[in-house]
Design a protein. Structure first.
Length: 95
């Protein structure tokens, strides 16, 4: 069965693994490997950057990496517009 949704989190590769994405410091580099191949990586990263989420791994980036990116790119007002220019419905498989 498939479900059409605007909720990108339904396609998150890490569904059910959230605790693994919120380790401390250096462990985040290991944890971010979960994000490889995630179909909603851009949406996830944009969510964290636009909302200045300061904890955990989002979109394959650690807290430190996201802070650095935000410091470097103060000109960007909407990461969602930049990373997800065509937001829309997602098709998720359900069981
Ligand atoms: S990019 Fe990583 S943290 Fe974001 S939804 Fe995908 S697996 Fe989860």
């Amino acid at each position: 069965m498939t479900l059409q949704t605007e909720d990108w989190t339904l396609l998150a590769k890490c569904r059910g693994l959230q605790d693994e994405l919120f380790p401390d410091g250096a462990e985040q580099k290991r944890a971010r490997t979960v994000c490889a191949g995630c179909p909603v990586r851009s949406e996830c990263l944009a969510e964290a950057l636009d909302n200045r989420i300061e904890w955990g791994v989002w979109g394959g980036m650690t807290e430190r990496e996201r802070r650095q990116l935000l410091r470097q790119r103060t000109d960007i007002t909407s990461w969602t517009s930049l990373l997800c220019p065509k937001p829309g419905a997602y098709v998720a498989s359900t069981s």
